[in-house]
Design a protein around this ligand. Structure first.
Ligand SMILES: Nc1ncnc2c1ncn2[C@@H]1O[C@H](COP(=O)(O)OP(=O)(O)OP(=O)(O)O)[C@@H](O)[C@H]1O
Ligand SMILES: O=P(O)(O)OC[C@H]1O[C@H](OP(=O)(O)OP(=O)(O)O)[C@H](O)[C@@H]1O
Length: 213
């Protein structure tokens, strides 16, 4: 059996992901997502950690260059990556929502006009959501600070993450619909799952035990 490779998301999900892996005994060294080093072997455990942008973890896992990974459900929905999603890790909880300016005076999806412009990082999710409900939307892809777009007239509404609701509130936006709930998930490459099954199944079992504690 070769060395197991695990893709970890840099950023807000890094520390809680490492904490869980440490609890199951997979991490025996310092892991820092700020050190500029992107490949971090842990020889004692026969594991190699790779540090990727949160939005790219599932790409490494789907292509089989990582056996396991930690990815947000929001990103999995958007990318439709062909990976096994094996455990909800219980952190990174947030919701994908539709929101617009308070001034628009719209409080529910039913009140939306049939056509509008929508800014989002989640263009696939948004397209599907609105099309299914009979709305025609023009999507404007942005990569961050999505809440800015309706404030300055780029779009009529946004699809973005909301967690505490602070960002929406601070920018005079109101949520009018929820698309999906999200949290961090443990994902596994389909082939690795089949070929390395004993080790991977053990890890999945241990992770599930740790997250339910
Ligand atoms: N405010 C939030 N609260 C909780 N979880 C969040 C929040 N925002 C995002 N997340 C979750 O964390 C994941 C990673 O977010 P993070 O901000 O670290 O990466 P990112 O969106 O790619 O940002 P950056 O471009 O700054 O790296 C998201 O895909 C989502 O699942
Ligand atoms: O409901 P809240 O608790 O305020 O959290 C929501 C915000 O958190 C995320 O932004 P992030 O900090 O990742 O910055 P970004 O907009 O550049 O992605 C998300 O895109 C929202 O803007």
């Amino acid at each position: 059996m070769g060395r197991l490779r695990i893709a970890l998301p840099k950023g807000r999900m890094f520390d809680p992901a490492v904490e869980i892996l440490r609890k199951v005994g997979l991490v025996n060294r310092e892991l820092d997502d700020d050190s500029r080093k992107l490949v971090l072997p842990d020889e004692k455990n026969d594991v190699e950690f790779i540090l990727s942008k949160a939005v790219d973890v599932q790409t490494y896992v789907e292509h089989g260059v990582a056996d396991l990974g930690v990815a947000g459900k929001d990103i999995l929905l958007e990318s439709e990556a062909d990976v096994y999603e094996v455990a909800d890790l219980g952190f990174g909880e947030c919701r994908l929502v539709v929101a617009l300016s308070k001034q628009a005076g719209i409080t529910s999806l039913e009140e939306l006009p049939l056509t509008s412009r929508v800014a989002t990082k989640y263009t696939n999710v948004a397209e599907k959501f609105f099309t299914k409900r009979g709305f025609q939307v023009e999507l404007v892809k942005l990569n961050g600070s999505i809440e800015l777009a309706p404030l300055i007239g780029l779009v009529d509404m946004i699809v973005d993450i909301s967690s505490t609701g602070t960002t929406l509130k601070k920018n005079n936006l109101v949520e009018i619909g929820e698309i999906a709930k999200s949290s961090a998930r443990l994902i596994v490459n389909r082939v690795s799952y089949k070929t390395e099954d004993q080790r991977i199944i053990k890890i999945i079992k241990q992770v599930k035990e740790v997250v339910k504690e």
